[in-house]
Design a protein around this ligand. Structure first.
Ligand code: ATP
Length: 304
């Protein structure tokens, strides 16, 4: 959130966004603990990188990372942690609560820096890329997408100057949001502030996916909603992810359907990669992944 605000150029916009975001957080997130969790996050301040390659494949490599949070140095969160995200593939991170999934994402977003090891994007350390460039190329959609008061169009086009409706609609189509938006009385002019509470979790997340995709990121990170979604919304979010063939997609996955369709599943526990492979491979292995799936999901794919 903090980096999202800092990257905007206009100060008045920043302040307005801050008010919206905090209002939104306090309303929708509710729990004070969660708010402090956000505030506690420190954006990576170093801004010395200069790389801005025209072509980026979106290959990501976490290389022998060691990480502890600055506020809790006694707890080693990631230990000699390595993983690889392949261009154009959907990778699902799974694992027990507290295993380190969100921490991986925070490091990729550069909210924190690892004490040892590095994260490489197309073979170059993250910090060697120009700040704004990286922000455009690596996009994150959280569980509680931040939508501000304003039209759906403005929410999707946020921060882009002179963005046409066609471009907004193109992104919404890719995010599987176009059809539900078109069915609203005011379509893309619907005010999210007024209607925000009437949008389902899946609809909000698809608007947020459209907002990410319109910037044409090469790496898309999604923290899948844990709360129950209607089947239609759930299906639509999964379809949207599957229709990103040119992007590297990383999902913190909570739903069996998402996990099953991932090109690669990475099981993280206690800050290390325990197992990785496809759903079929890992089920056949009958190891930790098999046990996790047995424990978390019932026949009808109940989210944990
Ligand atoms: P969940 O599925 O519950 O979201 P997770 O696999 O994403 O869990 P993380 O949130 O990455 O796990 O947490 C890994 C460890 O780091 C946990 O022990 C957690 O308590 C700790 N941790 C997470 N965020 C912070 C923070 N901001 N400050 C200190 N410790 C943290």
């Amino acid at each position: 959130l903090v980096s999202f605000i800092l990257y905007q150029s206009d100060l008045a916009d920043n302040i307005r966004t801050l008010i919206y975001i905090f209002g939104d957080m306090l309303n929708s997130v509710g729990a004070a603990g969660k708010v402090f969790e956000y505030l506690d996050r420190e954006p990576e301040v170093s801004n010395k990188g200069t790389l801005q390659p025209e072509a980026l494949t979106g290959h990501v490599r976490f290389h022998n990372l060691f990480f502890t949070y600055p506020t809790r140095q006694e707890r080693k969160v990631l230990q000699d942690f390595s993983l690889e995200l392949m261009p154009g593939k959907l990778t699902a991170l799974v694992g027990p609560s507290g295993g380190g999934k969100s921490t991986c994402v925070s490091l990729l977003e550069r909210f924190y820096r690892p004490q040892q090891g590095e994260i490489l994007l197309d073979g170059q350390p993250l910090q060697s890329y120009q700040h704004h460039y990286l922000h455009r190329k690596v996009a994150m959609v959280g569980q509680e997408p931040v939508l501000f008061s304003g039209s759906i169009k403005d929410n999707i086009a946020y921060g882009l100057k002179d963005c046409s409706l066609e471009r907004v609609q193109g992104a919404a189509r890719k995010a599987n949001a176009h059809s539900f938006i078109s069915q609203l009385e005011k379509g893309y002019d619907t005010d999210v502030g007024e209607r925000g509470n009437q949008l389902s979790g899946g609809e909000k997340q698809r608007i947020a996916i459209a907002r990410a995709l319109i910037r044409e990121p090469q790496v898309l990170i999604l923290d899948e909603v844990t709360s129950a979604l209607d089947t239609e919304s759930e299906h639509m979010v999964q379809e949207a992810l599957a229709s990103c063939p040119s992007q590297t997609v990383l999902v913190i996955a909570h739903r069996l359907k998402t996990i099953e369709r991932a090109d690669r599943i990475i099981l993280i526990d206690q800050g290390t990669v325990l197992e990785q492979g496809t759903h079929t491979e890992l089920m056949e292995r009958k190891g930790s992944y098999y046990k996790l799936i047995e424990r978390l999901f019932t026949e009808d794919d109940a989210p944990h």
